[in-house]
Design a protein around this ligand. Sequence first.
Ligand SMILES: Cc1cc2nc3c(=O)[nH]c(=O)nc-3n(C[C@H](O)[C@H](O)[C@H](O)COP(=O)(O)OP(=O)(O)OC[C@H]3O[C@@H](n4cnc5c(N)ncnc54)[C@H](O)[C@@H]3O)c2cc1C
Length: 316
Amino acid sequence: MAKSYDVVVIGAGPGGMTAALYASRANLSVAMVDRGIYGGQMNNTAAIENYPGFKSIMGPDLAQQMYDSSVNFGAEYVYGSVESVEDKGEVKLVKTDSDELEAKVVIIATGSEYKKLGIPGEHEYGGKGVSYCAVCDGAFFRHKNVVVVGGGDSAIEEASYLAGIVDHVTVIHRRDQLRAQKVLQDRAFENDKIDFVWNSNVTEVLGDGKKVTAVKVVNNQTNETSELETSGVFIYVGLLPMTEPFANLKITNEDGWIKTNDQMETAVPGIYAIGDVRQKELRQITTAVGDGGIAGQQAFKYVEALSSKGQTEAAR
Ligand SMILES: Cc1cc2nc3c(=O)[nH]c(=O)nc-3n(C[C@H](O)[C@H](O)[C@H](O)COP(=O)(O)OP(=O)(O)OC[C@H]3O[C@@H](n4cnc5c(N)ncnc54)[C@H](O)[C@@H]3O)c2cc1C
């Protein structure tokens, strides 16, 4: 039989952990399901310098502190990959790869994952020089040269982090200027271990069969092709929403991000979405945490309304 909760939170990143904290502190029974270790994308982040209360903190350390808060009022962490959510009116059925959970409220906090470049060699050399996580893999490239692909916040932040470990970082960006925040740009431009290749696309990852040796680069203005020798390729070219298990609910926009109002409500009553998985402007830890607080509080109001409706019907 499915185990029953007031609230099932799907995803234990900063958004999900905050929602679990608020809902359990309001005395609701809460399960927080994740297919990996709690912390979400914070586990892939080096120094976080824009989360109030900490001048600088390592992502995994902040993840641990948030987790400790999130289970402090009784929320349960459940390991599992959610495969579907069925809306049965006042009850929602959450199916994981190994379990079934029932809930009055479901809060979707599944975030996003890195986009792949989809070029030859990228898959073949995954874990052999191609990486999407500088914190996880940077140390393997000590005293080596690496390439970072991308020009947004993540790319530039991680390029600066890598520059503290490796000999040299080349950032390859398809435009002639970066999209990253000014403070991150300034830091990277001032770092003499980082240089930039502009208006260029990486079209192939080359290797000797065992490890990456170079990337093929095409200048998108001149069509000139070159090869750049490198031991590592760190790819940060955007994000994909993790919304496949919720396709049946029809709550996403055409790009797959979940649409909500300011109260984090989706089009399905009792189903909320928070954090990076939402259609929104700024995807950050602070915004995920803010969304989580709102959804946790809304869950309390929703469950209270359901129970007073039940009491009214019973009294008739
Ligand atoms: C390299 C990098 C650096 C960053 N640096 C910063 C920074 O310095 N400051 C900042 O504020 N933000 C930073 N960010 C962004 C920040 O990490 C995200 O905005 C934030 O983590 C989003 O939180 P979230 O809870 O919405 O989702 P996530 O952190 O993505 O967590 C989602 C969770 O859901 C789980 N999940 C997904 N699908 C399923 C499923 N089907 N079943 C079960 N579990 C599932 C995942 O395993 C994951 O644990 C960075 C991001 C990256 C990638």
